[in-house]
Each structure stands twice: as C-alpha cells, then as structure tokens.
Design a protein around this ligand. Sequence first.
Ligand code: C2E
Ligand code: CA
Ligand code: CA
Ligand code: CA
Length: 280
Amino acid sequence: AKKHGKDKFEMFEPAMRVAFQATIDMESDLRRAVVRHEFELRYQPIVRLSSGEITGVEALIRWLHPERGIVPPVEFIPLAEETGLIVPIGEWVLREATRQVAEWNTRRAGRPLTVSVNISAVQLEHTVLPDVVRSALDAAGLPADRLTLELTESLLVDHRPETLQRLHDIKALGVRLAIDDFGTGYSSLAYLRQFPVDIIKIDKSFVDDVVDEPTAAALTHGIIQLGRALQLSTIAEGIEHAGQLTSLAGGNCELGQGYYFAEPLTESAFDDLLFPAHSP
Ligand code: C2E
Ligand code: CA
Ligand code: CA
Ligand code: CA
C-alpha cells in the first residue's frame, strides 16, 4: 500500500471517486456563492391559530446556483457546516432577515412582526455570535424582542458550559430562543430545564398525524399543555390542511405555520401578502 501512497485515489472505487469529486466541486461552488452572494431568503408566515393574524415570519435560505437553479438548504447546509462557511452565510441570513422585517414593520400598521432565523451549532461555537446578533439588530433598527433564534435539539446536545453561557449572552440582548423540531430528539424535556428557551416548535411529524393517530394527538396536545405550564409559546410546524388546524387550535396551540396558510414566499410575494392594495 505504501508503494502506491502517492496515488491515493487508486484505493477508491470509481463511484466513490465521483462522489468525492462532486463534494469538492460543491465546496468550491459554495465558496464562490458566498463571495458572489448567490443566496436568497424565503419568508413563511407564522399565524395566530385563533385569529389567522400573521404575527411573524420564518426566514428560510435558498441557494440560487447559476447552473443548478434553486438549491434547497438540506442540500448545502451540512457542507456549509463542515467547511465553516455557515458562519458567513449565517451572518448574511441574520442581517438580511432583520433588515427585511424591520422594513416591513415600518411600512405596516399594527403590531410589528417577529422574524425567526435558524441557527446552526457551528455558529454557536463562535464566541462572536452575540456580537453578530447585536450588530445585525442595530444595523436593521429592529428591536431585539422582534428576533427569534431557532435552535435544534441536536445543537443543544453539546453540554459545554460555554454553549450555555453563549445562549445566556444572546438572551441578554433581549432576543427570544426557540427549540426547533421539538419532540424529535432524545432529551427534549431535559433541554427545557437547562436552556433559557421562550418558544417550542412542535415538529411536523406530530402535526402530520394529529388528526388520524390518537397517540400523535395525545403527544401534541401534551406538548402544548407543557408549553403553557412553563409559560412558553408553542408553534406547530407543517400544518397542511384544515383538520390539523382544527385539532391544534382546539388544543389551544398559540401559533402555527405550514402550506395550509402559505409556503415560504419570495420577498415580493410576502410583500403582496402584507400590502395587498399596493400590488398591481
Ligand atoms: P426547519 O427549520 O424545520 O424549517 C421548516 C421546513 O419545512 C422548511 O423547509 C419549510 O419550507 C418546510 N415547510 C414549511 N411548511 C411546510 C408544510 O406545510 N409542509 C411541508 N412538507 N414542509 C413545510 P426548507 O426551507 O427546505 O428548510 C429545511 C431546513 O433547512 C430547515 O428546517 C432548517 O433546519 C434548515 N435551514 C433553512 N434555512 C436555514 C438557514 O438560514 N440557516 C440554517 N442554519 N439552517 C437553515
Ligand atoms: Ca426552523
Ligand atoms: Ca422545524
Ligand atoms: Ca426540521
């Protein structure tokens, strides 16, 4: 094997070599995308279930690849995390989402919208995240309590004291924290005790079955009551039809989002939704 050491690729099967090369191509594409700003945000409304009022939006990233078209986040966020590129990408998302929602809020009557931004574990490892968040809020002119950072349970598996301290530093800015995909991890309940969260996002997998499966319904309604007892807001994800809405609203779930209300919208489509009279 040593004899062939200089030609390591000989040890790979052709299919592996192709996959390996594809990853390298994608990584250099992604580096270019960061430099050239090939990203866009989509905005999905978050709705008060009792009234249908839009109370906020979740910002969801898309990569506008020059050859491949629109690339969804599942296809590049993992690579962005491995390469550390999620740090500049995530900073851009924070700046862009807060800027956009602050702009909507200045044009809109009524209670200002909140904006939810997904944060990766890799971003949280960087001590500068509290500074990045503060700087984005200042630049946008958005009050801190209008920003929610969504963290996944996998992120919170990391129990290092620095991580907890960083979350407290971010909370001290006045920003709200949500646990995303709640109920899918191994220790959702433990996190509620350890981390300073304000909002539980009930995972879509519960919402999917809330009408047809008594177990899913019981768990969903149990999570809502748990949230209530802890004075947390609950947001149900992935509401696709009226039956789910009825079940969730009947169980006093406060907020929800999903294709039933709207899919993630481009900036201009969301603009038309907020300001119907202004659209052509
Ligand atoms: P997530 O945070 O759980 O976001 C919800 C996903 O469900 C989004 O997919 C959204 O488009 C989709 N969705 C919303 N309503 C429905 C529905 O009624 N039915 C169905 N089938 N799907 C629905 P998307 O936009 O492809 O994002 C996937 C994941 O990528 C997100 O899951 C989040 O974990 C990650 N992601 C998205 N944007 C960012 C970002 O800016 N930064 C980071 N770090 N991760 C992001
Ligand atoms: Ca999310
Ligand atoms: Ca989620
Ligand atoms: Ca998810």
